[in-house]
Design a protein. Sequence first.
Length: 219
Amino acid sequence: MKKRPSAPALLKEYYRSLLTSFGPQGWWPGRTRFEVIVGAILTQNTSWTNVEKAIRNLRKDRLLTPGRLHAAEVSRLASLIRPAGYFNIKAGRLRNFTSFLFKDCGGSLDQLFRKDPATLRRELLAVNGVGPETADSIMLYAAGKPEFVIDAYTKRIFSRHGFTSPDTGYDEIKTLFMDNLPRDAALFNEYHALIVKTAKDYCKTKNPLCDECPLKGYL
């Protein structure tokens, strides 16, 4: 019986297979760091297509800067981000983030992102409405810090492939990647984007297309 490669080797093989199959994904599609943060908050419990509609509304009203968004009425924000769903809750979360940013860093993302990663993550998680996935998305995609983002797609693929179980927690799955891959933000960025692509196109919740998946040889 063929011996299964070690976790570091296998995770790297998965990455190479996906990158060869799909090519670079160019994710996260935000024009600015602040827009990435807004997208990370809005994408909770909705599709990216809906987030794009909400961001277009904010851009049209010229609210995609920390100062302008912070100064806007929460009711106005809620109306503009309605396409993203849970708009009243998410408007409050956007305000929570900008309130934190201005109170702690005078509204400066440069100042915020100069913090060491452990401090930055701890402070982001203390913002009401920012959970581990959102915090890590902000750190990776906006701040360029090497924090691997774990989402439902990652959980699905890697539990089906035997790395984890369906009920494995966020931090344990994250440790799998953080401990077995080089701490490289560009690598983490591309790897996560490739995972999302794979789950959407092949590793579906129902009726997965295993025989067509680039990772079929590893099952």
